[in-house]
Design a protein around this ligand. Structure first.
Ligand code: SAM
Length: 359
């Protein structure tokens, strides 16, 4: 036998495989765990584990293979998503709160959004060869993303941001608010709940607005209305005490600044929450830069980095421009308002919340 072949069989590889297997192990367990969680949701396992059930009775109720049903429950128990007592399984507190389809904080759309993302990621090889898949921007938001963002916001960011806005001296006096690119409208819904004299308009694309109305109905928000349009193209014939502009494509675009100024009452407040790039910044997340570029939208010129669009200003330039029309009252950083990270579009990353008063 050749000496080098002999060495290959008898000696450890010169370079340890451990760092590679560490990466692969994370992929392997993460992907399989996701498949189990997604299947459990789609099979309505968490909906039926409201009350304790044996694995056999659950399998019979849901028409599942009894052996698989047991194995899935045993793994969900390892994840602390179900509890077992005398062979009876039941949702843990975490699942009751987030994984039951009827739970107030249900995360089913977040799981669906991650799943939809995987379906696009699976086409990466073709995308790398042929470029991004083209999609329709407004249907992309309306399909599922807006519902996922609503569920993510309800887990903490919404309440923290509303808490910050509530403390502004101008908030108690405000009577009108425009939620530009408001999507689900939860910020308007929560802010009108915090100020009983406040009325809000949620502005978004016409088909997104259809979903906004469902959130308005769900929360019985009778002081929230909707306005359909495209803020880059259309104009508004009303002015407001507060404009909230959160995580929307025009958030770093200089053209929007004078428009927003025009749509504000004298001494009105702009609250802008966006992920800005500093002049010399190269990337915030190499992984999410790839995710950002998997899809292209007709009429929307995305730039290379996550949440960046052609024509966006850097943070420095944007603040300079803003200062011409506004007095900046405060800048709040992501750790003081953002929710948990999911390594997908929707993460706050190092976003900032700018509070500025019209001059
Ligand atoms: C990422 S979502 C943010 C939703 C919400 N403001 C939040 O912070 O969770 C961006 C929203 O901006 C809306 N949007 C994007 N471009 C728009 C435009 N040109 N005119 C109106 N709405 C737009 C999208 O439809 C979507 O609802």
């Amino acid at each position: 036998m050749d000496q080098s072949v002999k060495a290959m069989l008898l000696e450890q590889p010169a370079v340890s495989v451990n760092p590679l297997y560490h990466i692969l192990c994370n992929c392997s367990s993460g992907y399989k765990t996701f498949c189990i969680l997604n299947a459990a949701i789609e099979l309505k396992i968490f909906d039926y584990l409201d009350t304790p059930q044996t694995s056999e009775s659950l399998a019979e109720t849901l028409n599942l293979n009894p052996d698989f049903c047991y194995r899935i429950l045993a793994y969900l128990k390892e994840l602390n998503l179900v509890e077992e007592n005398n062979r009876a399984y039941q949702n843990s507190e975490l699942s009751r709160c987030y994984l039951h389809s009827k739970a107030a904080f249900s995360q089913h759309n977040v799981v669906k959004n991650i799943h939809n993302g995987f379906k696009v990621w699976e086409q990466l090889r073709e995308i790398v060869k042929n470029g991004p898949i083209s999609a329709n921007e407004s249907t992309f938001f309306a399909d599922n993303l807006i519902h996922s963002l609503a569920e993510e916001a309800l887990c903490g960011e919404l309440q923290k941001v509303v808490g910050i806005i509530k403390k502004l001296p101008q908030f108690a006096k405000a009577r009108s608010l425009l939620d530009l690119g408001g999507g689900h409208g939860l910020y308007s819904i929560a802010l009108t709940a915090a100020n009983s004299a406040l009325r809000a308009d949620v502005y978004d694309f016409p088909n997104v607005i259809e979903d906004t109305k469902k959130y308005i109905d769900r929360f019985c928000a009778d002081r929230v209305d909707t306005l359909a349009g495209n803020y880059f193209k259309d104009t508004l014939h009303k002015t407001y005490d507060i404009i909230l502009f959160s995580y929307s494509p025009g958030g770093k675009n200089p053209e929007m600044v004078p428009k927003i100024c025009d749509w504000l009452n004298p001494a009105g407040i702009l609250i802008s929450k966006h992920c800005f790039y500093r002049r010399d910044e190269v990337s915030k997340s190499r992984l999410l830069d790839i995710e950002w570029n998997l899809l292209s939208f007709e009429g929307v010129s995305k730039d290379n980095n996550i949440y960046s669009f052609c024509g966006d200003y850097s943070l420095e330039s944007y603040l300079e421009l803003l200062k011409k029309m506004f007095v900046i009252q405060d800048i709040v950083h992501a750790p003081d308002f953002s929710g948990q990270q999911l390594d997908k579009i929707g993460d706050a990353l190092d976003s900032i919340l700018i509070i500025a008063k019209k001059k």
